[in-house]
Design a protein around this ligand. Structure first.
Ligand code: CA
Length: 362
């Protein structure tokens, strides 16, 4: 706020104070309560795209529901369902949109089939870090744009978790140059899949539950998953030779809480604020757990296996980035909503990079 704005606010506050002073106690306009707090209880169902109690994320959803329950003194009770328990994992968006459930937890890039532009609100290859995405959401116009694009679906989105930077993936063939992608079969969903395909690889879509067997049997040559913690639990270090970094395809995947607009509007203001605050906490809490556990399990992988942990060569990073940027420009040309999302994302990323790089040499 500059000095002029500050003065204006000061003047407005002065006027407000004198208006209040002129009211006698008992005047109707004296107290305008922000919300009428009643004992009305709400019971909501939360459907998620994660397996029940999935480490960090599914567990994080359970904690989110618990915080809301406690903060609201039991006035908003949310039961959390894993993917498939109430609706299939990839139908969470439709379920919340249609109002058969009130709330859901997932990631916007799963709904790329509904609107391509949604992908920009999770993570895109060579995109922003978790910290940068949060800044874009809270102070860079990202959230308003996201709300606008979800609005036709009667859904209000909230940032509610982040995986942080993921790992590049597990390989049984080395990536030494851009040519190494040719003929490689790799599990890589979404836009990352498009990038490796453009580089000559085949992107395979396997569910998480089949990845270990597929890699072990050579059905695929490589797979990405999440980061050291989740990857260790699956046991990829027992069957893969190389573990590449960084996960250029998922630089800080934002997870979302989505709420049906009508159900949201039925909540009194104090409960809305509680939900907003709990999502904010979940957003930071999941990222913190990811960061702490990934560090711990990276060391375990180093200590307990013979896997070679390798950086992608510089020319591969540059080559893949060029492909990714071409893909976004193409999307923006063909799809108006993608253009809006990409332009806002790109502008914020380019702008904040200078500031972020200040700390890169530490
Ligand atoms: Ca991943």
């Amino acid at each position: 706020m500059n000095r002029k704005d500050f003065l204006k606010t000061g003047v407005a506050m002065g006027i407000g104070a004198s208006l209040l002073a002129s009211c006698k106690p008992g005047d109707d306009q004296l107290i305008e309560a922000p919300a009428i707090i009643t004992d009305k209880k709400f019971k909501w169902k939360m459907v998620t795209t994660w397996p029940p109690n999935f480490p960090v994320i599914g567990e994080g959803c359970n904690r989110l529901a618990e915080w809301i329950y406690k903060m609201s003194a039991g006035r908003l009770e949310i039961t959390v369902y894993g993917g498939g328990e109430l609706v299939p994992p990839l139908q969470v968006f439709e379920a919340v949109s249609g109002g058969s459930v009130e709330i859901g937890h997932g990631a916007s890039y799963y709904w790329a089939g509904i609107e391509q532009s949604f992908q920009f609100f999770t993570s895109i290859p060579f995109g922003m870090s978790a910290q940068q995405i949060n800044a874009w959401m809270d102070y860079g116009g990202g959230r308003e744009l996201w709300e606008d694009l979800y609005s036709p679906f009667n859904i209000i989105p909230f940032p509610a978790g982040n995986t942080g930077l993921q790992m590049g993936g597990w390989f049984n063939r080395k990536i030494e140059s851009m040519d190494s992608w040719k003929g490689l079969k790799m599990r890589m969903p979404g836009l990352g899949g498009k990038v490796i395909e453009a580089a000559g690889a085949t992107a395979v879509l396997s569910p998480g539950s089949e990845l270990y067997t597929n890699l072990e049997r050579g059905v695929i040559d490589a797979t990405e998953w999440i980061g050291p913690y989740h990857d260790y639990v699956i046991g990829f270090h027992d069957i893969a030779r190389y573990y590449y970094y960084p996960g250029w395809h998922e630089t800080g995947s934002l997870l979302e809480c989505i709420i049906n607009k009508r159900d949201w509007e039925q909540l009194p203001e104090d409960l809305q604020e509680i939900v907003r605050t709990a999502c904010y906490r979940a957003n930071q809490d999941m990222l913190s757990e990811f960061e702490a556990k990934n560090n711990l399990y990276l060391k375990k992988i180093m200590d307990e296996s013979d896997v070679e942990i390798l950086p992608y060569p510089d020319d591969v990073m540059e080559g893949m980035k060029k492909i990714a940027l071409d893909i976004y420009e193409d999307m923006a040309q063909r799809d108006e909503l993608s253009k809006r999302a990409y332009e806002s994302f790109k502008a914020f990323q380019n702008d904040i990079n200078e500031w972020s790089l200040m700390g890169a040499k530490m």
